[in-house]
Design a protein around this ligand. Structure first.
Ligand SMILES: *Cc1c(COP(=O)(O)O)cnc(C)c1O
Length: 293
């Protein structure tokens, strides 16, 4: 295991007292580390093994200015003595976001590219892929999926439904790979366009599976979009459960679960496992005082 990450802090919190008809457990991956939070180490772990095996100097990867993936990659590479290169979407700002400041502190070299160039995920010529192993945005790809499927090593697996937030779909594909045909995986999409996402998850997890679903009614208008309803819910959820969430992923996830339970989406007696995938550092982009945690 990696020094600096607290896998023994991971708990499974029972929050069934909020919901009369179903059992709800939360796998607290947010407790691993405030920086390498939640699912990011899991999605990176086999890429890291590969970089070390191939004797690369480090990793090159992609993300936006508030990316959980960027800040996690920087921190974990630093812990392992690897270098890291972050290709960041958009113009270099006068003042770096707190996320990028943190990545820089963890010795990540930042390289800003235009949104158009970013879309093609091309690695600038200045960065030699002989030296750096390229990792797609969010750890997307088979090694990311294989790593994400090991998330379920950290809890009991006698659930009927496993539910997680979906960005690139890598984590969801890992969960789908790992569960039995009697169990259902549900992804709560946090992006506006969930159409191509289902195709991506299908290609990552195999065409032959149909015990999963992506729910796209709870994106709150798109990636990182939020409103008063969501923020108020997150504060109330924290007051009720002592579980902090982030407004990009897990806030929408817990909101969706509360609504779905209200709508009797899950048969009574269902046992839900919710993956708290971390991401709390992203809340620093909100105005101070917005959240009570
Ligand atoms: C990155 C991230 C996700 C999305 O994971 P994907 O594998 O890209 O779908 C979910 N939750 C949090 C907190 C994240 O940081």
């Amino acid at each position: 295991m990696v020094q600096g990450l607290a896998f023994d802090e991971i708990t499974v919190d029972d929050i069934s007292f909020l919901y009369p008809s179903v059992k709800v457990s939360v796998l607290r991956l947010d407790k691993i580390s405030p920086v390498v939070s939640g699912n990011k180490w899991f999605k990176l772990r086999f890429y890291l093994d590969e970089a070390i095996k191939l004797k690369k100097k480090g990793i090159v990867t992609f993300g936006g200015p508030w990316s959980n993936h960027i800040v996690a990659t920087a921190a974990i590479c630093n812990m392992l003595g690897l270098k890291s290169f972050g290709i960041i979407r958009g113009e270099e700002p006068r003042i770096l976001s707190l996320t990028l400041q943190q990545a820089k502190q963890d010795k990540m070299q930042l390289h800003f590219i235009s949104r158009t160039d970013y879309r093609s995920q091309k690695i600038p010529e200045a960065i030699s892929i002989d030296d750096y192993l390229p990792v797609p945005e969010g750890g997307y790809g088979p090694p990311g999926v294989a790593g994400a499927s090991t998330i379920l090593d950290y809890c009991a697996t006698d659930f009927t439904h496993c539910i997680c937030a979906v960005g690139t779909g890598t984590m969801l594909a890992g969960i789908i790979d790992r569960i039995s045909p009697m169990q259902t995986a549900i992804g709560v999409c946090v992006l506006k366009n969930s159409g191509e996402l289902a195709e991506k998850v299908k290609s990552l997890s195999g065409d032959n599976k149909n015990n999963w679903q992506i729910i796209d009614d709870f994106a709150f208008g798109g990636y990182a979009k939020h409103n008063e309803v969501l923020l108020r819910f997150m504060n109330k959820f924290y007051r009720d459960t002592n579980i902090p969430s982030d407004f990009v992923y897990t806030g929408k996830l817990f909101y969706a679960i509360s609504e779905l339970i209200k709508q009797n989406y899950f048969p009574s007696g269902s046992k839900l496992l919710v993956i708290h995938s971390g991401g709390l550092q992203g809340n620093r982009s909100l105005e101070a005082g917005t959240l009570i945690f």
